[in-house]
Design a protein around this ligand. Structure first.
Ligand SMILES: NC(=O)c1ccc[n+]([C@@H]2O[C@H](COP(=O)([O-])OP(=O)(O)OC[C@H]3O[C@@H](n4cnc5c(N)ncnc54)[C@H](OP(=O)(O)O)[C@@H]3O)[C@@H](O)[C@H]2O)c1
Length: 275
């Protein structure tokens, strides 16, 4: 039987989760709340964020703070950090999870959309890790969980910004782990495979069917696996055997096969088809 997930060091009392009002982030928040952590939830939709906070407070006797912030802005990380500091909280667990996804050729992506993805997946997570990681280093304790993706394992056409930014996160997490590990701070990279969340446009991706068929994982299962890996101090974790197999296979596929598929597969984005 698997061991119950337990709180880490009792001195770590507060967890901050970005992108906490839906999908995997919401599942992280619910699970951390159930473990008794005081929560700081960050997202850009005030109504949904408030609803998530109410739901967690009703279910578990923990304080839940919310910060409404569009994390795709250059100044977002500094602002969030200042707001948390003004609340007088020491963040012991940082879960950098917020993200979004679109299909399309890089040259067709609207500049604002491409810019938002790079800010949200590269700049903001890095600066949040720097701000909160600095404090964790001073205290000599803490956990940082960075959500990447199995798309970091190989470069695929149609998801150039998404894949490359997730690859950045994977590399950043490894280097940060090395830097902060010396001070007693753990950094873990979580790389989910397909997960049934709002990340996908349900008109294009049959999320519920994929979940029923076992192709997509449940966000709660992914979050549980991520927290387990983080508390165990693991460097990297891909939840689920199918996602692990997909990551391994993607490394083995020769580039000519990917290029051939790109040329002939009807479901891959065509010129002008990006958002
Ligand atoms: N689902 C998958 O198959 C899969 C696979 C691998 C990796 N991942 C990664 O897992 C993470 C969570 O995604 P998910 O699948 O749970 O999708 P999701 O349900 O769409 O959740 C994404 C979260 O990020 C937040 N977010 C998006 N843009 C934001 C912004 N500009 N500022 C602040 N928050 C923002 C969203 O808030 P709003 O809803 O308010 O915009 C939402 O709470 C992402 O980093 C994603 O890349 C997902």
């Amino acid at each position: 039987m698997r061991k119950q997930l337990r709180r880490a060091d009792e001195k770590l009392r507060t967890a901050l989760v970005t992108g906490a009002c839906s999908g995997i982030g919401r599942a992280f928040a619910l699970r951390l709340g159930s473990l008794g952590y005081e929560l700081v939830l960050v997202s850009n939709r005030p109504t949904e964020l408030a609803a998530t906070a109410r739901e967690i407070s009703a279910a578990h006797p923990v304080m839940v703070h919310t910060i409404v912030s569009d994390l795709a802005r250059p100044e977002a990380a500094e602002e969030v950090y200042r707001e948390v500091r003004d609340m007088g909280l020491e963040v012991g667990i940082l879960v950098s999870n917020a993200g979004f996804f679109f299909f399309g050729e890089a040259v067709d992506a609207l500049p604002g959309r491409a810019n938002a993805m790079l800010q949200l997946h590269v700049v903001t997570p890095s600066l949040l890790c720097a701000c909160f990681g600095r404090d964790m280093r001073v205290h000599g304790r803490g956990h940082i969980l960075i959500v990447s993706s199995i798309s970091a394992w190989r470069d695929f056409p149609g998801i150039s910004y998404y894949g490359a930014s997730k690859k950045y996160l994977r590399g950043f997490a490894r280097a940060l782990r090395s830097e902060l590990g010396v001070y007693g701070v753990n950094v873990t990279c979580l790389a989910p495979g397909p997960t049934a969340t709002n990340l996908y446009d349900i008109d294009v991706v049959p999320v519920e069917r994929a979940k029923r068929l076992g192709i997509m994982m449940d966000p709660a299962t992914v979050a549980e696996a991520g927290l387990r890996a983080m508390f165990a101090g693991r460097a990297e974790h891909i939840p689920g055997w199918l996602a692990r197999a997909m990551a391994c296979l993607s490394v083995l596929v020769p580039q000519w096969a990917i290029d051939l598929l790109r040329r002939h597969a009807p479901w891959l984005p065509k010129r002008g088809g990006a958002g």
